[in-house]
Design a protein around this ligand. Structure first.
Ligand code: FE
Length: 249
């Protein structure tokens, strides 16, 4: 399998490119609208063809490029069935393998950050979305998030993967790229080292995070598979505009 980690700096999102060497088909996981051209250029440079875009969840901090990439390339939109998006072409379900070319992705329902959040296991990699970040996890105070539910998703699903599974999160705000299940199980300050549920709930209840500044636009936009909704203020226009260059993750 061909694997690339790409970084979008406005929302600090990692987009993952998965490619099948035998058929030349590619998938992009968690695309970001401003970097759709960069991602496509990467696929073209590798001699691949985009077959699907997939998201881990309805993002609140950026607009997906799924719809735009479908318009430009004819790629299909695969999304967790639980979200019931009318714009999705393929519905992903917990434990039902999803195959493109010769590559099989195992979708895992990992609620808690959002109720319908999924992680994807592929070839000893796990794309953890916002359920499990390196030394952290996604917030649990919006989009039907719930701390005990996230704790169970991480402990019962992600931490039961083989220790050497590589952890690739949807975001990192400090330039870290990859971790492993063993490392997060041992060292994650919120969820690792046999941290009890009550302590995790306490940590999450006391994060005092600001209201997500783009959520009121991102969520409706992503329910349309990535459309910038009307009325986005000038200060947030950068989330809708296209950028040609960005740092490679
Ligand atoms: Fe998120």
């Amino acid at each position: 399998m061909i694997f690339r980690q790409l970084f979008e700096p406005i929302s600090s999102t990692y987009t993952y490119l998965l490619g099948c060497e035998t058929t030349g088909q590619a998938v992009l996981v968690d695309t970001v609208l401003p970097t759709w051209q960069r991602d496509l250029a990467e696929i073209n440079a590798l001699g691949l063809k985009l077959a699907y875009t997939i998201d881990t969840h309805i993002h609140a901090d950026h607009i997906s490029a799924a719809r735009k990439l479908k318009q430009e390339t004819g790629s299909r939109i695969a999304h967790p069935a639980l979200d019931r998006l009318p714009c999705a072409d393929e519905a992903l379900e917990d434990g039902r393998p999803f195959t493109f070319g010769g590559v099989t992705i195992m979708p895992l329902h990992t609620p808690g950050h959002t109720d319908n959040h999924f992680a994807y296991v592929v070839d000893r990699h796990v794309l953890t979305g916002d359920a499990l970040l390196i030394d952290g996890c996604g917030r649990t105070d919006f989009q039907n998030g719930d701390a005990p539910t996230l704790y169970r998703s991480v402990h019962h699903k992600l931490f039961t993967l083989p220790d050497d599974t590589l952890v690739y999160p949807a975001h990192d705000y400090q330039g870290r790229h990859v971790s492993s299940i063993a490392q997060e199980k041992t060292r994650n300050p919120r969820l690792g080292g046999d941290k009890p549920l009550a302590e995790f709930v306490e940590i999450m209840a006391n994060l005092n995070l600001a209201y997500p500044k783009f959520i009121d636009y991102a969520v409706p936009g992503n329910r349309l598979c990535g459309e910038c909704p009307p009325g986005v203020p000038d200060t947030l226009q950068q989330y809708c505009e296209q950028i040609a260059e960005s740092h490679q993750g």
